[in-house]
Design a protein around this ligand. Structure first.
Ligand code: NAP
Length: 445
């Protein structure tokens, strides 16, 4: 017999969580990264559900009616009233970019106005508008409401200081404005996909002459994310208080921007051996490592078992001891098994995407880069000072050459290229590479 509400009262077998509404399951599972179907459904909001319901036909009909894409159809299992297993996802909203004219933003007292020469890009630039488009909550001050009506989602600024707020100390505009890189506050006015962008003084850094604007545009958001993950959440040594003993550290997804910057920060902090896991981007990752200190890279395309076996053999042969720290720089499900197998049970894993992974006794923390601007609710706390110190350190480390930019690809057409580049990011086309845009390349500017 069909239940009154087909979405109520079923069991979520995979995690054992009891939830009353499908919407809650989709919400709590939204970051589960089932890479197998990622190519078919190129977005994060997909789920694998296995549960019992009183009326499977009605349930599936309901799922379809709320636009869940059914990738694998329901089946039945013995000794259960009705059982179903399927993979589904919400259809993704199209991300559309439009170029418009707007007043030059005015810096607040502790902000700088930057003439953007090159803008970088990040996966969130397509994710946030996609999530916002699906938002049906109250019309309030939330980021979803703000993003739903359209906004400039660029956060990586490289350019020249044009104007400073009255309380800014570190930057100037006289004669020739300072060359800077800067992390724009996400979902705030003055984004980097523009001729002029805004940034807070403490997340703006001077560029040495040897650093190009293209290089600088790859750094702000991803490198600060790595800093919050490595220094704050994993509490690993810093470049200004480096490690004095062997500190094995595993980074899964090492060729991603966040993963690569985590490795670069770790090396500056004398953290070794670095155990990196990458795929197509392995040659890039290899170039970041110091083999003489036990660093090594393992190819996840060989499969999870092979990867774990290879890492264990390496740790044993070099007598490197236990791995106490692991980082998932936003890869999700595929890294779970490797990290939880390699990191010791009283160790620590940091996740750069929100996830409901069960890490058992291993301490789990989550990183939100926005915590360098605002206090976040996911445990990263207030990282204003970490952002400030790291940005000052970027300048010097770039100058000395101990810290370098991520590889990049300049997308021809300036701002006109943003939409296709975000689509390519969404489709997972970039490997060990950032897409950047020279604003002056925009036709008509
Ligand atoms: N919470 C936060 O504050 C925050 C901040 C920044 C980023 N993020 C999130 O973190 C994630 C990474 O961001 P990003 O800018 O670093 O991304 P990215 O540079 O665009 O990542 C691309 C890389 O991902 C790697 N990759 C893809 N699938 C993989 C898999 N199954 N296993 C291992 N590596 C895989 C690829 O490696 P190969 O080519 O080697 O296969 C590629 O080099 C994104 O989801 C982003 O939204 C969150």
């Amino acid at each position: 017999m069909a239940s009154e509400s087909v979405t109520k009262g079923f069991r979520f077998n995979h995690t054992g969580i009891r939830v009353a509404h499908l919407e809650n399951i989709l919400c709590c599972s939204q970051e589960q990264n089932l890479s197998k179907i990622h190519k078919d459904c190129p977005m994060d909001r997909f789920v694998k559900l296995c549960f019992t319901v009183p009326d499977i036909d009605a349930t599936m009909k309901h799922f379809k009616s709320i636009n869940v894409n059914i990738v694998k159809d329901a089946g039945t299992a013995e000794n259960q009233e009705v059982a179903a297993s399927f993979l589904g996802c919400f259809p993704s909203a199209e991300v559309k970019c439009e170029i418009e004219s707007a007043p030059i933003p005015e810096p607040k007292d502790k902000q700088v106005l930057i003439k953007v020469v090159v803008s970088g890009s990040n996966p969130k630039d397509w994710k946030v508008p996609t999530w916002a488009a699906e938002y049906n909550g109250p019309d309030n001050d939330s980021w979803q409401t703000k993003a739903k009506s359209g906004m400039n989602h660029g956060d990586d600024i490289a350019g020249v200081v044009e104007k400073v707020g009255k309380d800014v100390i570190a930057f100037k505009t006289e004669q020739k404005g300072d060359r800077v890189g800067a992390f724009h506050e996400m979902q705030a006015p003055g984004g980097s996909y523009a001729e002029y962008g805004l940034a807070w003084e403490h997340t703006t850094f001077h560029l040495p002459a040897s650093t190009s604007f293209e290089e600088a545009a790859t750094i702000p958001l991803a490198a600060l994310t790595a800093a919050v993950a490595v220094f704050k959440n994993l509490k690993l040594p810093t470049p200004w208080l480096p490690a004095t003993e062997s500190t094995p550290f595993i980074v899964y997804g090492a060729s991603s921007s966040v993963g690569s910057y985590a490795i670069k920060l770790a090396r500056n902090s004398n953290i070794h051996p670095i155990i990196a896991v990458a795929g197509k981007g392995t040659p890039h990752v290899e170039s970041l490592l110091d083999r003489s200190k036990g660093d090594a890279v393992f190819d996840y395309r060989k499969g999870t078992e092979e990867t774990i076996k290879g890492i264990r053999a390496h740790l044993k042969s070099g007598k490197y001891g236990e791995v106490r720290h692991g980082l998932d720089p936003g890869i999700g499900e595929p890294s779970k098994q490797v990290l939880t197998e390699i990191v010791v049970s009283d160790g620590a894993i940091n996740l750069v995407l929100p996830s409901d992974w069960d890490t058992g006794k291993i301490a789990k923390t989550k990183t939100t880069v926005g915590s360098v601007h605002t206090v976040d609710n996911s445990g990263s706390g207030d990282n204003h000072n970490l952002g400030l110190v790291t940005c000052r350190w970027f300048t010097e480390a770039l100058e000395k050459g101990t810290f370098t930019a991520h590889p990049y690809e300049v997308r021809p057409g300036g701002l006109e290229a943003v939409q296709q580049a975000l689509q390519d990011l969404k489709d997972g086309k970039n490997s060990a590479s950032k897409y950047v845009f020279r604003i002056a390349d925009t036709p008509g500017l």
